[in-house]
Design a protein around this ligand. Sequence first.
Ligand SMILES: [Zn+2]
Length: 301
Amino acid sequence: MNDSTRHPEGEPWQWSEETWRRIVGRARAGRSLKPKAWPEGARCAVAISFDADHETIPLRDGDESPMRISQGQYGNRQATPPPPARRQQAAIPPPFFNPAVAALLHPHAGRGGAGDGHEIGIHSWIHEVNTTLPREAERDLTFRAADTLAKIAGRNPVGMRTASWDFSVNTLDIVRELKLLYDSSLMADDEPYELMDAGVPTGIVELPPEWIRDDAAYFNFLRFSSLRPYTPPSAVEEIFTAEFDGAWEEGGLFLLTMHPHITGHRSRLPLLARLIRHMKARGKCWFATHAQVAQWCKDNA
Ligand SMILES: [Zn+2]
């Protein structure tokens, strides 16, 4: 730890109890919002979403490589919205979380998605890394992102997923100021819960994601680094199916995060279709947007 990153209260082993309690008290999980029952007599809720990052990942990195930009463009050009045959297999309108810059690059997709019943959620300005930003910069970018999506989608977003789930020490204040219904970035539970701010309930619903239920964790690839996992789609399907089966057995929430530029490929998208077939075969699944799940939990927990 150098001088610029040194904690003002010294090394962690020197911290007072007040310091470490204050740190863990930020955006803390409060009461469970797992409802007593799901709508339509369902046994579990299924919330599948796509983070439509497209070109913003290389842009965020300041990488002007046409090759990396083209990988992002694939997400919009080939995989958003899914071609009709693929959409039929899925047969649900998943939410899209859009960085505002991606929405501005592809406004027809955002407008069309909103018109087709997809929820449009906040997902940063340019996929910035919140924990590296001053408070005012994060606030300004998030407000501009919300405003941009509202103009494109024709309605105000009610939920947010921080880019890379990089929820900073300032993010909760911004979520509260925006009066959002929910956030989907934090991972303290399998089931929805209420966010606490320094021990005080906020009324904000947290819909917990997890890297386990994120396609990027298994399929991401960088040419000039050692990031080349290339997990076979069949192994990812096995993990996602086990996560869903657990949620179904417990009567809980199955929340899955996908990316058009990652899962839209011919070898991967069929795993999502097979997964949805498996869910429908088990039955009694409530397929819903994140906003619908958050509102139901808030009203029925
Ligand atoms: Zn993203």
